[in-house]
Design a protein around this ligand. Structure first.
Ligand SMILES: [Ca+2]
Ligand SMILES: [Ca+2]
Length: 99
């Protein structure tokens, strides 16, 4: 029985570790001072509907945007913000539009 208990503890721990590493960045990680000015629907920022908002699209939608904020939201650093990254950003700042 001890082995079973140890195994289930291990399973719980690895699940917790997995959930932790998958948790989105928080406000401190983004460090964007004017985050509320980026409160928009993802689809509105992505006019060509390829599911990615690149810097040109971002800048066109937010003329005052700075590239530092853009790359902070682009958490996997592939040069574009995808829907998940946008959602994580808005969740971190509790912005109103949920998509
Ligand atoms: Ca696009
Ligand atoms: Ca990205």
């Amino acid at each position: 029985m001890k082995i079973v208990a140890a195994l289930s503890t291990l399973v719980v721990l690895s699940f917790a570790a997995g959930a932790y590493s998958a948790s989105p960045p928080n406000k401190e990680a983004y460090n964007i001072s004017n985050a509320e000015s980026y409160n928009a629907h993802f689809g509105n920022m992505d006019p060509n509907k390829d599911g990615k908002v690149n810097w040109q699209e971002f800048k066109a939608y937010f003329p005052k945007a700075d590239e530092k904020s853009f790359s902070a939201i682009d958490s996997n650093k592939d040069g574009a913000i995808d829907h998940d990254e946008w959602h994580d950003f808005k969740a971190a700042y509790d912005l109103k539009h949920k998509d």
